[in-house]
Design a protein around this ligand. Structure first.
Ligand code: NAD
Length: 243
């Protein structure tokens, strides 16, 4: 198993893509720390996988630090961070006021920065780390009704490159997965659910995306054998974006 003896924090692990990634990493042997603002559901994920959980708001610096401190107390190290937590909005541009903009940027861009920053020190000390961020193919497609989300996910791509550049010398890689539209609570409980058939017509592989379609790309980037890959984005979207 590729992740045996590895400790992996997965944010957004309460449901959806983050939960599927936690399950996949656990199936590869990782000890999972399931982190989410929905603490009870994160605990359910952790209990099912034999890991531990942390209730965390990734947009708060003290929470991000506590998440790492609790991981170190419970497991002694952190080898992998996957940041899947985010808000997936559907808001017409004309309704995006500054408070709304700030909220999305704070969770979807400040959050990845804060959790990456918090894992950096123990990873540097260990001389090893895998940071996996979750971007979105919506950034490349310019998907409507997601203005601040597109800006944040573009920022996640930039953050990925910055982390790769700054941390490579410490044995830490940083990469991102950019999913296409995927069946998750976020999309199935919002107007995004109406876009699946339209997007399917643009995909090379004609079916709806499942959370389990995204997890293997994250598992590869979380593994030791991905060590020569850094600063990259794997677009996992059934061939929707092909340029
Ligand atoms: N589903 C899609 O079509 C799709 C497509 C591209 C990218 N993504 C990305 O995949 C990731 C997971 O999306 P999903 O569809 O599973 O969404 P989801 O809403 O189903 O799950 C997101 C999880 O993040 C958690 N979360 C939200 N804000 C948080 C915060 N401040 N602190 C901690 N946890 C928080 C939620 O509680 C939830 O458990 C996100 O980064 C999203 O942007 C999703």
């Amino acid at each position: 198993m590729k992740l045996e003896n590895r400790v992996a924090i997965v944010t957004g692990a309460a449901q959806g893509i983050g939960k599927a990634i936690a399950e996949k990493l656990a199936s590869e042997g990782a000890t999972i720390v399931a982190a989410d603002i929905q603490g009870d559901l994160a605990k359910e994920t952790a209990d099912a996988l034999g890991g531990t959980s942390v209730q965390v708001d990734i947009s708060k610096e003290e929470d991000a630090q506590r998440m790492v401190d609790e991981t170190l107390s419970a497991h002694g190290k952190v080898d992998v961070l996957v940041n899947a937590a985010a808000i997936v909005p559907f808001v017409p541009w004309d309704e995006v006021d500054f408070a709304y903009w700030r909220n999305i940027i704070s969770v979807n861009l400040d959050g990845p920065y804060l959790v990456s920053r918090a894992v950096e020190k123990p990873m540097r000390e260990a001389g090893y780390g895998r940071i996996v961020l979750i971007a979105s193919n919506a950034f490349y497609a310019g998907t409507p009704n997601m203005g601040p989300y597109l800006a944040a996910k573009g920022g996640v791509v930039g953050l990925t490159r910055a982390l790769a550049t700054e941390l490579g010398k410490y044995g830490i890689t940083a990469n991102a997965v950019a999913p296409g539209i995927t069946r998750s609570p976020a999309t199935l409980n919002s107007p995004h659910k109406d876009a699946f058939d339209f997007v399917q017509a643009l995909q090379a592989i004609p079916r709806h995306g499942e959370t389990q379609d995204i997890a293997p790309a994250a598992a590869f980037l979380a593994s030791e054998e991905s060590g020569w890959v850094t600063g990259q984005v794997i677009v996992a979207d059934a061939g929707h974006i092909r340029d």
